[in-house]
Design a binder for this molecule. Structure first.
Ligand code: AMP
Ligand code: MG
Length: 317
């Protein structure tokens, strides 16, 4: 795996690898993505193989502008309104798919397509330089912990991918909010930094979250078990004992191993740290023979709802 520095020259090198049907991990403002040219069957197939991702699980297609997105999806009023408000940014919308040169495998042959225009400059420059949409799921093995820094991507994927663009730690730390605009009753398929409350207040009406029922999985991010570390996770643990590994929220208790998601109980900071710290504590657990990780309660207001969503799925057995 080649490590590519963030520079104009670096972006060109990464785009060349994508043009040659290679797979490149790259930063976005949410989490690291595992990118492939969405119009190359060979490249998209590699992404599924590298991630051990089931072929029925479609990829998010990353574009550099709304104009580019319109070539691939049909934007109804809701989709237009949401993209005007939140793009570029951490919002993915699912819309009706247009016929295009994006390969069928990238959208798991669905009639719909998930599109996002990220705000991260490296991601945008890479899409522009490739001059094609980039199909990119999160850069991790399917169902396992998400990676939000280059070291964790490298630790998990270096023997499997062609290159990694180093963009430092992800700014937000949680995957994008996914809204399905393709159905009669639009719904939120995945929680993220843009909260349900924000979406509803910018639309002036309520759209229903539908991210918890396993019986109607439309988006595999909805699977009850997801985002899993190797260690067992115990949630809502507020009284750790000596010998525990503890992921706290607020000041970290003295003489207990672990980390605090946010000393000042800031939920955005906690979201940003969540996956990086879970990777760190998972390594500590392994070094100590598989001690479980205890996690403090996190308030579920604002982005706390998305943090708790990830933690619950990560703790699922
Ligand atoms: P990730 O693989 O972590 O990047 O997550 C991408 C999410 O977007 C997954 O939960 C996918 O199932 C979801 N997704 C992509 N395309 C669609 C689609 N057409 N309809 C519904 N969900 C989708
Ligand atoms: Mg993922």
């Amino acid at each position: 795996m080649k490590i590519i520095k963030n520079s104009l020259e670096g972006i060109k090198v990464a785009a060349e690898i994508l043009k040659d049907n290679g797979v490149v991990a790259f930063p976005t403002e949410t989490v690291y993505g595992l990118g492939a040219n969405a119009c190359s069957k060979e490249a998209v197939t590699k992404v599924y193989t590298i991630k051990k991702r089931p072929s029925f699980n479609p990829l998010i297609i990353h574009v550099s502008s709304y104009e580019m997105a319109k070539e691939y999806g049909v934007f109804n009023d809701l989709a237009k309104k949401l993209t005007q408000k939140y793009w570029p940014g951490p919002l993915t919308i699912v819309v009706e798919k247009k016929k295009s040169d994006i390969v069928e495998a990238a959208t798991a042959s669905l009639e719909t397509i998930a599109l996002r225009c990220p705000s991260n400059i490296i991601a945008l420059d890479l899409i522009r330089e490739l001059n094609k949409p980039i199909a990119a799921p999160s850069a991790n093995i399917s169902g396992r912990l998400t990676c939000t820094n280059p070291e964790d991507v490298s630790g998990k994927l270096k023997s499997r991918i062609d290159a990694l663009v180093d963009g430092g730690k992800s700014e937000l730390g949680l995957e994008s909010t996914v809204v399905d605009c393709s159905v009669e009753t639009p719904c939120i398929l995945r929680l993220g930094n843009i909260t349900v409350e924000e979406i509803n207040s910018s639309l002036g009406y309520k759209i229903v979250p539908n991210f918890q029922t396993e019986s109607r999985v439309k988006s595999p991010g909805q699977l009850l078990k997801h985002y899993s570390p190797d260690a067992e996770l115990y949630l809502n643990q507020n009284q750790p004992s000596a010998g525990d590994i503890f992921l706290s929220f607020g000041p970290h208790p003295k003489a207990i191993d672990g980390l605090t998601l946010s000393e000042s109980r800031n939920l955005e900071e906690a979201a940003k740290n969540l996956f990086t710290f879970l990777h760190t504590l998972d390594r500590l657990s392994k070094a100590r023979g598989g001690v479980p990780i205890k996690v403090a309660s996190i308030p579920s207001n604002g982005v706390g709802a998305a943090i708790n969503d990830r933690l619950q799925r990560a703790a699922e057995k």
